[in-house]
Write a protein that binds this ligand. Sequence first.
Ligand code: GLV
Length: 323
Amino acid sequence: MSKQIYITRKIPEAGLKLLKEKGIDFDMGVSKLAPSKKDIIKALKKKPYDGVISFLTDTIDKEVFDACPTSKIFANFAVGYENIDTKIAKERGIEASNTPGTSAEAVAEHTVALMFALTTRIIEGDKYVKSGKYKGWDPELLIGSDMKGKTIGLIGGGQIGTKVAQMLHNGFDVNIIYNDVVPNKELEESFKVTRKEFIDVIKESDIISLHCPLLPCTTHMINKEVLSKMKKTAFLVNTARGPIIDENALVEALKNKQIRGAALDVFEFEPKLARGLSKLDNVILTPHIASARENARNMMSEIAAKNIISVLETGKAINSVIK
Ligand code: GLV
């Protein structure tokens, strides 16, 4: 009997093609919105699926594993995989995988775009013109801040942090510092980035950009106290994971002009926003689209499919996240 897998939401054809070439049948969820855990469990109970392609919006925990005891792998269509209970997967000998390296370029570009959107006040300018407020050139209108000479603080010196550093180092006259529990010599040497204590990055940076995974130790890493240590003129950018910031504390800090502004692509209670966030003028919000590029999505689709194929053929995932 041919192998069959379940894909919780539509993925690009690139990955489906690889599955078809291997004769792997698949059923795919049709909902545009993220399915609930109940929906996933219901779908998985229909057939003895051999594997599952899941998304970061899917909770993959004990109950989901119970609903599909035949599945040998949960292949996440994402770089992050905090939605999968890897501890239970390991206990049960189930593989889990992610799609590393697929979105670093896109996320880094989005991050740099958000930095410039903040310093140049492009979004405010767009709203100003479209709302009919523009009555003629005014030398005092929407004064932004220069990027040149600024200190950029990266929290996380992995693939995405390194790409951001590369883009800023090659293109702009800025000073870059970072904090990571693991030193990254390539980042330090190739792009002249200095590793500092977390709190020094917070205190010294004009723009702080988050590039660390969501872990118990990074949850609410940016909280009321940390925000109070940032420069009053500083910006905060988050293209990593929402819960790294205590979003209610950020709303307060932005309201009180304790920091100058923020740009967020991810949210603590995604897709909900903390009360008051969307009413603020000094925040730019994008709907978790930092990796939304055709190329990145196609690569994610292919890598998720390759992990499924690898587990079905060899028992091992190429990009296993089981430690
Ligand atoms: C997107 O946020 C990802 O983890 O790939």
